[in-house]
Design a protein around this ligand. Sequence first.
Ligand code: ZN
Length: 247
Amino acid sequence: MTNEPRILVWNEFRHERENPAVAAHYGEGIHTVLAAALTEAGYASVGTATLDEPEHGLAEARLAETDVLLWWGHRHHDAVSDAVATRVVERVQRGMGLIVLHSGHYSKVFKRLMGTPCSLNWRADGERERVWVVKPEHPIAAGLGRYFEIAQEEMYGEVFEIPEPDELVFLSWFEGGEVFRSGCCYTRGRGRIFYFQPGHETFPTYHDAHVRRVIANAVGWARPDAIADPFANVRRDPLSPLASGAA
Ligand code: ZN
């Protein structure tokens, strides 16, 4: 692996083609806006893939040259084949970084990696969100203040049925009074996973400088040192018989 993480932004890319209110913010697709944000942040290797490509753009060879995968999906989680979901999960377990955005909380890959329902409460009325930085020393919070605000977002509320995060970086408050663990870090196997809540498709969230900063920081945090099957060349049989010769 070179020093430059190979980033792949995956997007369902259907809302943008079906709903003018979404196309108004993401005419070329959410993936294109996210990829531009990462390029702007200085990453040189940024590609995109979408649901309706063959193998959802996640063929074995493509995934084999991906160090960090971003995931935005919403209405068509079930359209992702089990084979591709398994492929992604296994790659994460071997070290690939995964950044799951917004409604990706219900994706096959996130639910499998978490092992919990990943359900939550929501209200898409475009209320103000205040994203509190609760772990300011974390690399994903680099360059942020105590909090930042998003003028209009979909409310996601607790209880969020996830495993206890290894590290909680953001806790959001919404105008309607709900709170939500909006920035959660995990490791699964050798892979690092970051869940980040903002990003409802009818709001211009991924054009927001703070949000773009967080996502760029998250790529830096999630990038692996190496991706490998830790057991590929390891003897799995016992080294020697028990000296005592147990019955
Ligand atoms: Zn949403």
